[in-house]
Design a protein around this ligand. Structure first.
Ligand SMILES: NC(=O)c1ccc[n+]([C@@H]2O[C@H](COP(=O)([O-])OP(=O)(O)OC[C@H]3O[C@@H](n4cnc5c(N)ncnc54)[C@H](OP(=O)(O)O)[C@@H]3O)[C@@H](O)[C@H]2O)c1
Length: 234
């Protein structure tokens, strides 16, 4: 049994990740902005009261990050897998995106991911095989630009490219602590973000990701994985 902390667990990939991980017997610290309104998580807790903790976390709010992790620290919590998943998108292209939207996207997808990762280090260090999975996207690959159907969501693309740099740098900085840091693209998934035309159901996408991440270890440090587990170019 692993202890897994998930950000953005209220819906979409984060909620399904929580559901499937519970089904595999793992213990979940499922975080979201509004635990009282997170109906999907509240329903899951009815069937898994001992394995599922629902905790408040707004990754945009540094105070919220500090509060959560100081509570975890008081309990000397150990985290085996940080699923750094919370994210937002704006499909506007470079000519139309507003500066306010760019700031918002970077605050959630990059700054939030970094604050959570950094705050989680003490808990990760208590694990014997700690993994950080930053949920990235093929849209964050500079190399793949022009080779995929989607594109033009400039703020999102830049944010995921920046998240990938966080993965790479953290994989170097945290290697002495034995912490494996990787980026994982879930593929194009039918969620509120991905829309109804997307290729994968959320169930399929999470089954694929869990398959790659459940047994991950240091050999994946600093890698960018696609939904099929094959390495993507940065
Ligand atoms: N769907 C795709 O096709 C696709 C493809 C590639 C990558 N991804 C990545 O996969 C991750 C999950 O996406 P998804 O498709 O599940 O999106 P989604 O259905 O829109 O869900 C996004 C999740 O992020 C949470 N969130 C947003 N801002 C937050 C904040 N400030 N603090 C904490 N949580 C916050 C949302 O919480 P609320 O309910 O409170 O808003 C929600 O739980 C994202 O990082 C996304 O970029 C998705």
């Amino acid at each position: 049994m692993k202890t897994i902390l998930v950000t953005g667990a209220s819906r979409g990939i984060g909620l399904e990740w929580t559901r499937q991980s519970l089904g595999r017997g793992h213990r979940l610290l499922a975080t979201c902005r509004n635990p009282d309104n997170a109906q999907g998580l509240l329903t899951l807790r009815e069937s898994h009261p001992d394995l599922l903790n629902i905790l408040p976390l707004d990754v945009e709010d540094e105070g919220s990050v500090t509060r959560l992790f100081s509570e975890l620290e008081k309990k000397s919590e150990s985290i085996d897998l940080l699923f750094n998943n919370a994210g937002v998108i704006d499909w506007e292209d470079m000519l139309n995106v507003s500066s306010a939207s760019l700031e918002k996207i970077f605050k959630v997808n990059v700054v939030g991911a970094l604050l959570v990762l950094r705050a989680a280090i003490p808990s990760l260090r208590r694990s014997s095989n700690p993994i950080v999975a930053n949920v990235s996207s093929r849209l964050g690959s500079i190399e793949l630009r022009g080779n995929t159907q989607l594109g033009g969501a400039i703020g999102y693309q830049c944010s995921k490219a920046a998240l990938n740099m966080l993965t790479k740098q953290a994989s170097i900085d945290l290697a002495p602590f034995g912490i494996t840091v990787l980026s994982q693209s879930p593929g194009w998934v039918r969620t509120d973000m991905g829309g109804s035309e997307a290729k994968f159901s959320v169930e399929e996408a999470v089954t694929n990701m869990l398959g790659h991440l459940e047994h991950a270890g240091p050999s994946l440090n600093g890698k960018f994985l696609g939904e099929d587990g094959v390495e993507l170019s940065w």
